[in-house]
Design a protein around this ligand. Structure first.
Ligand code: ATP
Ligand code: MG
Length: 579
């Protein structure tokens, strides 16, 4: 393509509301423009990147034996009510009422629609296994759309769904998709880390996330020092803390008047204690049941782990009334003493069970107690009592004795074993060999196309602009014609352009009548991996210049050798990604 004919409105200034490099550079390099909060219009360069990622994803999915389908984005609410996910997705679910008064969902993912599709025509085990995928827009009314297309309200997802007769068959396909994802991210030039992730109802090792380590990522990756374990913080299990030695004879409970002092920090200040010596008592409810949870003052409850401890049931923090009724005190002054017999369940984090002594609320407004000894002042055992890992891993924790390290990452893909969750609810049944009817076992596998593009920029940029992996760059080669008003330069640039196109290379010819400085700046900004520069001075000696975007040096080569040299470089860059 010829730049002079293209709409590539690059921008020098860093856009004010773009916080992260990928967002800034996608705007500056004219890949896209914002339409409204969380929605973006892709232009020539941006769309070309998306299409390159899509082509890689499609090629690898097809090679793995998956079949491409296309499902509607607008789906009947009834289907979502059948699976119960209209509740699980909460406010994130986009919906609208049509002119006939029917509620519709804007698909954030498509387990329901695909299960309904297969259920409609599935009869026998002989039709299975099957893996169906689509590449389509997804909608999520994100609470906080941000970081450009890293968290947008509308994005392109590749979502695949597999259907099986046996758990072994599901395991095989899961492994195949896992390997396929490794190839996809490698071909996209991304350095990824695979982490164990929360899988919802299946539990166990039912889900993995593919994450790009990077400062701006919203996920936290927890890794064992020896590489034996990696998990998302939502999932990362920790070793129980060693029991703290008791400091001699601990005096009995002592109530302390702490008027209006409710938060952990305020209590610590007031009572001259540290957060790790406090016991946080958080009260949850589920329908009529009340659940008390205890974690150390410096620890945070992990909602996913709490759900696991509840046997898969999701619980919410209790209403103020429930707390007052249970403790007899205002919110902020709850403690575990005397609660076990009044509630459905007490879940105590290992960290609290290991404490020798602590400070907690007194179940009396404006009072706390000190000298609280777990096991002495509240029970650690009993019918309603469970000791579990319900907190987020923190610096200093171990897993199987290995020190845990923490880093930020961007989730670009996730694979799940779903089991029969959707097939049971949506009656996706088959007749097995033995003549009985059974629900399919399912897996699902998602990839965020736009996030791949943004992640590549997050991890590939410098002060001048983007440094693309060749496989997903908008073009493979940029020809910069430096003196467009010079007939010889302009003609040579076009000849080289034609030759490279004959070699089936993806070339952009910068034939704009602009100063060299402007052209070089734009070239660095849009980040095409290989630049071929045609200028009056070098041309007079029969030469042109070749430069890789990622390297500072330029090479001078005779004009006649340039096309072969470029072709060779393109091959080399692709080979690097495939090895
Ligand atoms: P997150 O935890 O970041 O909200 P998710 O786990 O809800 O993502 P999935 O349901 O697993 O996302 O969707 C599959 C893939 O779709 C994700 O791995 C991610 O690459 C992409 N994706 C999800 N939400 C968004 C979004 N708001 N904007 C862009 N891409 C997204
Ligand atoms: Mg996910």
């Amino acid at each position: 393509m010829r730049w002079s004919k293209c709409f590539i409105p690059t921008v020098k200034e860093v856009p004010a509301d773009a916080e992260v490099p990928s967002h800034q550079l996608m705007l500056r390099a004219a890949l896209m423009r914002k339409l409204a909060s969380g929605t973006y219009s892709y232009m020539l360069l941006g769309r070309r990147c998306l299409l390159k990622v899509i082509a890689i994803v499609r090629e690898e999915m097809n090679a793995a034996g998956a079949q491409e389908v296309l499902l509607p984005s607008v789906q009947p609410m009834e289907l979502w009510q059948q699976s119960g996910r209209h509740v699980d997705y909460g406010e994130t679910l986009g919906k609208f009422k049509d002119r006939h008064g029917r509620m519709n969902v804007l698909s954030p993912t498509a387990e329901e629609a695909i299960t309904a599709l297969v259920a409609g025509d599935l009869k026998s085990y002989k039709q299975l296994p099957v893996n169906l995928y689509q590449i389509s827009f997804k909608y999520r009314d994100e609470f906080r759309p941000r970081f450009g297309v890293l968290r947008s309200r509308e994005f392109i997802m590749k979502d695949a769904y597999s259907f099986h007769v046996t758990p072994e068959c599901l395991d095989d396909e899961y492994k195949r998709m896992y390997d396929t994802y490794c190839r996809i991210f490698q071909r996209c030039g991304l350095d990824y880390v695979i982490v164990e992730a929360e899988s919802g109802e299946m539990g166990g090792s039912g889900s993995h996330q593919f994450t790009i380590p990077c400062e701006t990522g919203e996920d936290i990756i927890v890794q064992a020092a020896d590489g034996s374990y990696a998990a998302n913080i939502e999932k990362a299990a920790v070793d129980p803390l060693p029991k703290q030695p008791a400091p001699g004879n601990i005096p009995s409970l002592e109530e302390v008047h702490t008027p209006g002092v409710g938060s952990i920090d305020a209590v610590c200040n007031f009572m001259k204690t540290k957060p790790q010596d406090m016991i946080k008592t958080l009260i949850y409810s589920l329908n009529d049941e009340v659940i008390v949870t205890l974690v150390r003052g410096d620890h945070d409850i992990n909602p996913e782990k709490l759900t696991q401890a509840m046997g898969g049931k999701h619980i919410e923090l209790a209403e103020e009334n429930t707390i007052i009724n249970l403790t007899g005190a205002a919110v902020g002054f709850a403690g575990p003493m005397g609660l076990a017999s009044k509630v459905h369940k007490v879940i105590i984090d290992h960290g609290v069970a290991a404490m020798a002594v602590g400070v907690t609320g007194a179940n009396k407004t404006d009072y706390h107690v000190r000298n609280v000894v777990p096991g002495r002042d509240f029970p650690l055992e009993g019918k309603t009592i469970q000791i579990a890992d319900i907190r987020n891993a923190v610096q200093g924790d171990t897993r199987n004795g290995q020190t845990l390290t923490f880093k930020h990452g961007i989730e670009v893909g996730q694979v799940f074993k779903l089991g029969a969750k959707y097939s049971k609810k949506l009656h996706c049944l088959f007749l097995d060999e033995d003549g009985t009817q059974k629900p399919c076992l399912m897996g699902c596998y998602g990839i965020g196309i736009n996030r791949i593009v943004a992640s590549a920029i997050e991890t590939g940029n410098d002060k001048d602009g983007i440094i693309w992996p060749i496989s997903i760059a908008p073009f493979e080669v940029l020809i910069t014609s430096l003196n467009q008003d010079d007939e010889h330069v302009a003609r040579t640039a076009v000849e080289l352009y034609e030759k490279l196109k004959e070699k089936k290379l993806d070339v952009l010819l910068d034939d704009r009548v602009e100063r060299a400085g402007v052209k070089f700046k734009d070239a660095d900004l849009i980040g095409i991996p290989i630049r071929l520069t045609v200028g009056k001075k070098t041309l007079a000696e029969g030469n042109v210049e070749i430069k890789l975007r990622r390297e500072p040096d330029r090479q001078t080569v005779p004009i006649k050798d340039a096309p072969d040299k470029i072709e060779e470089l393109v091959k080399k860059l692709y080979n690097e990604l495939n090895s």
